[in-house]
Design a protein around this ligand. Structure first.
Ligand code: DGL
Length: 268
């Protein structure tokens, strides 16, 4: 595997993974990012495992076409469905990272007694967090809850208002989430409502968002493989598979600065 100034490839079902891209931009300012949001197939949370595997494979090839040194799956639904497949197929070409393993390792090291995780239907029904946490921290009790309305709610800009407060309250009042010490945000859209969630729990529950944990893991991994870019970084590129001005507008909210989205029609 070549080192040097190859870019970091990141993908998600849409623009939610830009929360992870933003954390990486801050943690690794000297790296070039190539981002792909599969807006033509959004949301992944309702798709089958088989469909998500097919999308993820094609997107990984698109990113490898830019000679990405890393393919980072910045989507929990795709991490739960396709990480092992991408690892088996492409780890001779690039480092393959997901958003679930780093978070599981992080919480395992913190020895929480009772944890909750919220995510899309695909992520929760896959049981990936349970399986991995059971291996890494067998004593931890994990309660999982699918919260499928949160992605469309965030994408429609319902944040810090009555509608979002009502939806968040309805989901998080679930008895399964009582008495938890920490809550994993198992979806890369959710950091946008992290403060609202913390407020619901009166700031008594630690709310764990994967973006910073994943960015820190990526830095460690690049350092370990001696793959940090020491030269000039190319310009970041942001692709989506279906373009609307609306995506451009909400992408700013996720990346916390203005970005230029280009359409890459990899499905025709
Ligand atoms: N951001 C994706 C995730 O982390 C969810 C969005 C979707 O359902 O496509 O799972």
């Amino acid at each position: 595997m070549e080192t040097g100034n190859r870019p970091i490839g990141i993908f998600d079902s849409g623009v939610g993974g830009l929360t992870v891209a933003h954390a990486i931009r801050q943690t690794l300012p000297g790296e070039q990012i190539i981002y792909f949001g599969d807006t033509a197939h959004l949301p992944y949370g309702d798709k089958s495992e088989e469909a998500i595997r097919g999308y993820s494979k094609r997107i990984a090839e698109f990113l490898l076409g830019y000679d990405a040194k890393v393919v980072l799956i910045a989507c929990n639904s795709a991490s739960a469905s396709a990480y092992e497949n991408l690892l088996a197929e492409y780890s001779n070409k690039a480092l393959i990272l997901d958003v679930i393993n780093p978070v599981v390792e992080y919480v395992a090291a913190r020895h929480f007694e009772r944890l909750g995780v919220i995510g899309t239907k695909r992520t929760i029904s896959s049981g990936t967090y349970e399986k991995k946490l059971h291996e890494a921290a067998p004593g931890t009790v994990l309660s999982s809850l699918a919260t499928p309305l949160l992605v469309p709610m965030i994408e429609e800009g319902f944040i810090f208002d009555d509608i979002s407060n009502a939806i968040i309250r309805t989901y998080l009042s679930d008895t399964r989430l009582q008495k938890i010490n920490a809550l994993i945000l198992g979806c890369t859209h959710y950091p946008i409502i992290r403060n609202q969630i913390s407020k619901f729990f009166n700031f008594n529950v630690e709310v764990i968002d994967s973006a910073r944990i994943v960015a820190a893991r990526l830095r460690e991994t690049l350092e370990r493989h001696n793959m940090v870019n020491r030269g000039e970084a190319g310009e970041d590129l942001f692709f989506i598979s279906d373009y609307t001005e609306y995506f451009e507008k909400i992408a700013r909210m996720f990346f916390e600065s203005s970005i230029n989205l280009q359409k890459a029609d990899i499905w025709s």
